[in-house]
Design a protein around this ligand. Structure first.
Ligand SMILES: [Zn+2]
Length: 299
């Protein structure tokens, strides 16, 4: 029915390589631009209908070198060189570089392409979740998993205050640490976030519409809903899964954030795929993207 390209966690910065937090590998920030350029060339040959990035296109390192805007524009320009719609998912690193209101002004995380009337907000009204129909039988849904977050939100906003309440379970001074939390509670750290009740209700309505239209739905977000790394899970992953499971149209959920490949099928038969982060790929590898073919009955 449709072919699309997907890539995750470029973490681009015009910055020398630097070890990750745990000092287990080197992050090659500049190399990510080349990976994206390679991906774009491959997607052109593959004749994809659209492409989507799963968040963290630029790294937080850009803040210290005052290159946030330059880095972001450089990456978006590579996407623009493709003559197909480019969809973007907001990640935590976008929110280290910019406030939510800055991002909304830049209009990078709203849907700009043949959207569905009534389901999207075209007028910068404050939403970074949207849906997109690349084919009459296929609906893509992009979630904003940092709507409730300490990142990017004004400290006086209800979303910031709600996030503080959610993180009160975390006993650490540094809320990026999951020390002392166990099992899926490890997700209650500052670099994750959650979706609002309004976004959950919107998801329910959009999925209801897809069921009526007998569409196949593919969902995207930055944080996993199922993972072997619980410290990367979306705060209210359970509520999102519950809404997805109330409908029979969702085929797959794709995300990034964990930087490690992970695949599982959940109890209702939905495929959950976490893409490896481009920033973590070993140097001997030169491509970090996927091309996905969507058929009537399979992906
Ligand atoms: Zn990342």
């Amino acid at each position: 029915l449709i072919r699309f390209g997907v890539i995750s966690d470029l973490h681009y910065a015009d910055h020398d390589p630097h070890p990750n937090f745990e000092k287990t590998y080197l992050r090659h920030y500049r190399r990510s631009l080349q990976f994206l350029q390679n991906a774009v060339k491959a997607w052109e040959l593959d004749k994809v209908g659209f492409v989507i990035d799963l968040g963290d296109v630029i790294d937080g390192k850009n803040v210290a070198i005052k290159q946030s805007l330059q880095a972001f524009e450089k990456i978006l320009n590579v996407y623009k060189s493709l003559n197909v719609p480019d969809l973007h998912v907001v990640g935590n690193h976008e929110l280290y570089n910019f406030s939510r209101s800055d991002l909304l002004k830049m209009n990078a995380f709203q849907c700009k392409h043949s959207c569905l009337n009534g389901f999207n907000n075209f007028d910068n009204s404050g939403f970074m979740y949207y849906c997109y129909e690349p084919h009459p039988s296929v609906k893509c849904i992009v979630l904003d998993m940092y709507e409730i977050s300490l990142l990017g939100n004004d400290v006086n906003s209800p979303e910031y205050k709600q996030a503080l309440g959610i993180l009160s379970i975390n006993p650490n001074q540094d809320l990026n640490s999951a020390f002392g939390l166990e099992g899926t509670d490890e997700r209650f750290v500052k670099y994750n976030g959650g979706i609002s009740k309004a976004q959950l209700q919107w998801l329910d309505v959009v999925l209801e519409d897809s069921e009526k239209k007998k569409q196949m739905v593919i969902m995207f977000g930055h944080c996993p809903l199922q993972s072997n790394y619980p410290m990367t899970l979306c705060w209210n992953y359970d509520e999102i899964l519950a809404v997805m499971h109330q409908h029979k149209c969702v085929q797959a959920y794709c995300c990034g954030h964990a930087h490690e490949y992970y695949y599982t099928m959940d109890s209702k038969g939905i495929h959950h795929l976490t893409l490896p982060g481009v920033i973590k790929l070993p140097t001997e590898i030169s491509s970090g993207h996927l091309t996905v073919d969507v058929y009537n009955d399979k992906l």
